[in-house]
Write a protein that binds this ligand. Structure first.
Ligand SMILES: C[S@@+](CC[C@H](N)C(=O)[O-])C[C@H]1O[C@@H](n2cnc3c(N)ncnc32)[C@H](O)[C@@H]1O
Length: 196
């Protein structure tokens, strides 16, 4: 389903140079080598699903959205372009971050967005008022205590396809194009559960 990573790196590096990504981002082709280990493979969220995720998260101009494992940045870029929010995208893969920066530039939202290479398990998410995820069930559950600990009460969490396990049932669920979307709000009860 996914091409051989070494071949993919070569192709992506060549494509990056050909597309002019190198001068645009000040990156050399070898800087775009994909990391050896990803917790989740890259599969982008369809735009219709992105739109519904942002609606479920009630994203507005005062929000700060974090997409953990942001891929090509489409969720952050849409939040900024359509809803006027500010947003940050984190991805372990520098190729994705280069794409996201270019997409933000194309959409004219560079000033309201930032993208950086990083591990979602090492990212401080405390500035967020909305967090979006398209990860895997085990990764969501592993991330849950960090979300409960770092996020402010009232912060919305929206996940494409995967829930957070039976200990944190979703507040709302929706289906778009055959994809399920889950939404939670951080509460005082989540904070208390951490101490129990
Ligand atoms: C399924 S894709 C989702 C992309 C984007 N959020 C979307 O919905 O279109 C998951 C992304 O997570 C990234 N990723 C995997 N493990 C990661 C980690 N430990 N820290 C940060 N990003 C990671 C992958 O590179 C990939 O771009």
């Amino acid at each position: 389903m996914y091409p051989d990573p070494r071949r993919r790196t070569l192709l992506l590096s060549a494509a990056a140079a050909g597309l002019g990504l190198v001068p645009a981002h000040g990156l050399l082709a070898q800087d775009l080598a994909e990391p050896a280990h990803l917790d989740v493979p890259y599969v982008p969220t369809p735009q219709e699903v992105v739109d519904r995720m942002l609606a479920m998260g009630k994203v507005g101009k005062n929000d700060v959205l974090y997409d953990l494992g942001c891929g090509d940045g489409r969720i952050v870029v849409t939040a900024a372009r359509v809803h006027g929010a500010r947003g940050t995208g984190i991805d372990l893969n520098p190729v994705r971050i280069a794409e996201a920066k270019q997409n933000a530039k194309n959409a004219g939202v560079t000033e309201r967005t930032s993208f950086r290479v990083g591990d979602l398990f090492e990212t401080d998410v405390s500035p967020a008022t909305v967090v979006t995820l398209y990860l895997l069930p085990t990764i969501n559950v592993k991330l849950r205590p960090r979300l409960w600990q770092q996020l402010k009460v009232g912060t919305r969490v929206v996940s494409h396809a995967f829930d957070m396990g039976p200990e944190w049932p979703a507040e709302r669920k929706a289906e778009v194009e055959g994809r399920v979307i889950y939404q939670w709000t951080i509460t005082e009860a989540n904070k208390r559960a951490l101490k129990a």
